[in-house]
Structures are given as structure tokens and as C-alpha cells.
Write a protein that binds this ligand. Structure first.
Ligand code: F6R
Length: 248
């Protein structure tokens, strides 16, 4: 996976947001919509901050953006402080001119019996929108992209999954205790993610160095979901010095 080491987090955010803005402007000029695949978590916040700045100061419009988020906890009410719905509205959508009808985030408040159908509709909606043009990813310590934990196959699609104990431990602080972290999530699959035309995956901090090395240099293996990105023709890995420390 082509890797760009860029230690300054603001510079990394500007680079990635700049690429997204370029694609958005190209599409706007052609009078067409653009489909963005978006992630939550701490890593992409700087990218969203920069996109908001570009909207406010440089007139970047989101009126033709269609977005699909990777995942949501299950169960999870959309207005919970822990929900990825809330995260996206607070960190990006409320600050730009996106049409709320163009925002898609897996619904963590569904009855369990309704989940499979909703996952099928999520996949269909991505296809109907023309497929994801640009997918933004973070990576978990387990190597998950979205919530595709170890064992997730290359052909996996949007579905409900069990969260790995490592992932639940990493989320414990946000939830004021591991026992409050949901045990499941709804996530796009590996195949869903690999369908994107262009992918940027970001990792910062020394706690990600092992999994960055495994993802970039290791064998493709369902034990580390991010290794499947090696099969994608247009993925760039953005890492800071600490996350790059184990690369050879
Ligand atoms: C979030 C997501 C996850 C995170 C990953 C890293 O939508 O899909 O894969 O990207 O857990 O999280 P942070 O950035 O908080 O280290």
C-alpha cells in the first residue's frame, strides 16, 4: 500500500481534505454529485475540521455530496452522545451545506429482525448513488477498517458484527467503562469498502505502529482486515512518524 509519512497532523489533515475538496470541485464543475464514504473516531477529526474551514473560508459546497458512513454501534440511539450519528453531525454535517437527505449512516436503533433487510438496502443505496468515489478510513488496533474485526472475509458486505474485546477496551473511556460499550455494530463489509474508487487510510500514534506494519507489509489475511487494502488499486496510507515507526 503506498504510504505517505507526514508527522504534522494538521498538514496530514490538509493534504487529505485538499484531495477530497479537489474531487468535490471537479464533480461540481461537471454538474454531478460525489459520493463520500466517511469514518468516525479520533483520527479523521482534523480532516473534517479542515473541510469545514474550506466551506467557510473558500466556498467549498457540500450541496452535491452524498455520504455513507462506515458503521454505527448496535444497539445505539441516534441522539445518544455515543452515537456515530451524533459524532458526524457535531464534527462535520452541522457546519456545512450538505442536504440531510443525502446523509446515510447505519441505523443502530433498528429492531434486530429488521437489520438484515436494512443492510441490504444500505448496499443498494450505495450502488444507486453510483458507488463510493472517495473512502476515508481509520484503523483499529485489531486491524479493523470499519468494524471489520479479525475473521472478516474479503467478500463481506454491510452486516451486524460482534466487536473484538480489544476494540471494546479501546472505546471504554468514551463510554465511561468497558461494560457500557455495545457488544455489536453494523458495518460496511470489506467488499463494500474495496469497491470505492479511491481510499485514504489514516493512522497516527505509536499504538498503531504494529498494525500499520502488519497492514502494509504483512500477508493478506483475514486476521487483519486492513491487509485486504493491498488488493485495492488506489489506496494511500497516511501515517505520522510514530505510526510509521515499525515500517521497514
Ligand atoms: C470508525 C471506524 C473505525 C475507526 C478505528 C480507529 O467509523 O470505522 O474503524 O476508524 O477504530 O479509531 P480512532 O481513529 O479513534 O483511533
Amino acid at each position: 500500500i503506498p504510504t505517505i509519512i507526514i508527522d504534522e497532523h494538521e498538514a496530514m489533515a490538509r493534504l487529505v481534505a485538499g484531495r477530497i475538496a479537489t474531487l468535490m470541485r471537479e464533480r461540481a464543475a461537471a454538474g454531478r454529485s460525489i459520493v463520500l464514504g466517511l469514518a468516525t473516531g479520533s483520527t479523521p477529526i482534523g480532516v473534517y475540521r479542515e473541510l469545514i474551514r474550506l466551506h467557510r473560508e473558500e466556498g467549498l459546497s457540500f450541496s452535491h455530496v452524498i455520504s455513507f458512513n462506515l458503521d454505527e454501534y448496535y444497539p445505539m440511539s441516534p441522539d445518544s452522545i455515543h452515537s456515530y450519528h451524533r459524532f458526524m453531525w457535531e464534527n462535520l454535517f452541522s457546519h456545512v451545506d450538505i442536504d440531510p437527505g443525502n446523509v446515510h449512516i447505519p441505523d443502530g436503533a433498528l429492531e434486530r429482525s429488521a437489520i438484515d433487510d436494512a443492510c441490504g438496502r444500505y448496499e443498494a443505496a450505495i450502488l444507486a448513488a453510483g458507488g463510493v468515489d472517495f473512502q476515508l478510513l481509520g484503523i483499529g488496533k485489531t486491524g479493523h477498517i470499519g468494524f471489520n474485526e479479525p475473521g472478516s472475509g474479503e467478500h463481506s458486505r454491510t452486516r451486524i458484527v460482534h466487536l473484538d474485546s480489544v476494540t471494546r477496551r479501546d472505546a471504554a473511556a468514551d463510554f465511561f467503562g468497558e461494560e457500557n460499550v455495545p457488544r455489536e455494530a453494523i458495518t460496511m463489509g470489506i467488499a463494500t469498502i474495496l469497491q470505492a474508487r479511491e481510499i485514504a487510510i489514516l493512522a497516527t500514534g505509536e499504538h498503531k505502529s504494529g498494525v500499520v506494519r502488519r497492514s502494509v507489509e504483512g500477508e493478506i489475511d483475514r486476521a487483519v482486515a486492513a491487509t485486504f487494502l493491498q488488493r485495492h488499486p488506489n489506496t494511500t496510507f497516511y501515517v505520522d512518524d510514530a505510526a510509521a515507526a515499525d515500517l521497514t
